[in-house]
Design a protein around this ligand. Structure first.
Ligand code: OAD
Length: 259
């Protein structure tokens, strides 16, 4: 599925052939994805002309300080994003990765909180766990006791008193996502770096590669003697380190690679 109004980019065939050759020869592949993989599902990216950070300030909405200052405003933004993402469906790029991961030779690590990789895997009945580095839009966590809950569908953001509370300790619930200035889950991060180190190919899809520590994960593949392949319409700081950069959209390139 192509996004409406977008001009198709020519995908260079020799680049695709080279990536297919690398993937065929790889015992282990890691796919690291970012917002670009979900762009054609209708989920906004963060940076770039249409990105969320053009209209919103991360320091008002995606930091622990912002939540302490104005939890109602932060919840309003996340409730809006939940609603938006709930209406989106995995695209051909998610499906291609779910199929490849289902074969057992590929791991998927994502910075996305939209759950679309997991949904694609479920739809394919493929067993593959996605490592969600930045958490999930569809889980809540208690600020007080840390217990996690599946997200409720309807968050009342009328006033601070109406915000969701923990059934265990009555603490304020928050979306279970990683905000700027917070640490990532160490177990998930270690698993991601181990998978990268073991990978013969790290496929970096739809990320600006500007946010750490996620942007360093592909470097572990290089350290381990593997290669990077980038799938992105634009260049990124990882382009110069990549064996091949395929300039195209995830929903077109990934199915072509794994067909
Ligand atoms: P960004 O918005 O920074 O980057 C999106 C990337 O996707 C850009 O490099 C685009 O060129 C590329 N892109 C756009 N459309 C694409 C398509 N159809 N196919 C392939 N690529 C496409 O998103 P991330 O790199 O994921 O963190 O951002 C990293 C983190 O910064 C996010 O997880 C989020 C954000 O602020 C937090 O909120 C903590």
């Amino acid at each position: 599925m192509g996004a409406p109004g977008l001009v198709r980019l020519p995908i260079v065939k020799p680049a695709l052939d080279e990536v297919r050759r690398l993937l065929r020869g790889a015992d282990r592949t890691l796919a690291l994805t970012g917002a670009g993989v979900s762009a054609e599902s209708g989920v906004p990216t963060f940076r770039g002309e249409e990105g969320l950070w053009k209209s919103y300030r991360p320091e008002d909405l995606a930091t622990p300080q912002a939540f302490r200052r104005d939890p109602r405003l932060v919840w309003e933004w996340y409730a809006w994003r939940r609603e938006l993402v709930a209406k989106c469906a995995p695209n051909a790029g998610h499906h291609a990765l779910a199929g490849a991961a289902g074969s057992g030779r590929m791991s998927v690590v994502t910075q996305n909180v939209d759950g679309l990789h997991e949904r694609a895997a479920r739809e394919a009945s493929a067993f593959s766990e996605t490592l969600e580095l930045h958490g999930s839009l569809f889980r809540d966590r208690c600020e007080g006791c840390g217990v996690r809950f599946p997200a409720r569908a309807d968050v009342d953001t009328t006033s601070e008193e109406d915000l969701p509370r923990c059934p265990v300790c009555s603490g304020l619930l928050r979306p279970d996502v990683v905000w700027f200035g917070e640490s990532l889950d160490q177990t998930i991060l270690n698993s991601a770096f181990s998978a990268a180190l073991e990978a013969d190919v790290c496929l970096v899809v739809g990320t600006s590669a500007l946010v750490q520590p996620a942007a360093s994960i592909p470097l572990a593949t290089l350290e381990g003697g593997g290669v990077l392949v980038e799938v992105n319409p634009e260049s990124t700081p990882l382009t110069a380190l990549s064996a091949v950069s395929v300039r195209g959209r995830a929903s077109e390139v990934l199915p072509a690679l794994f067909a």
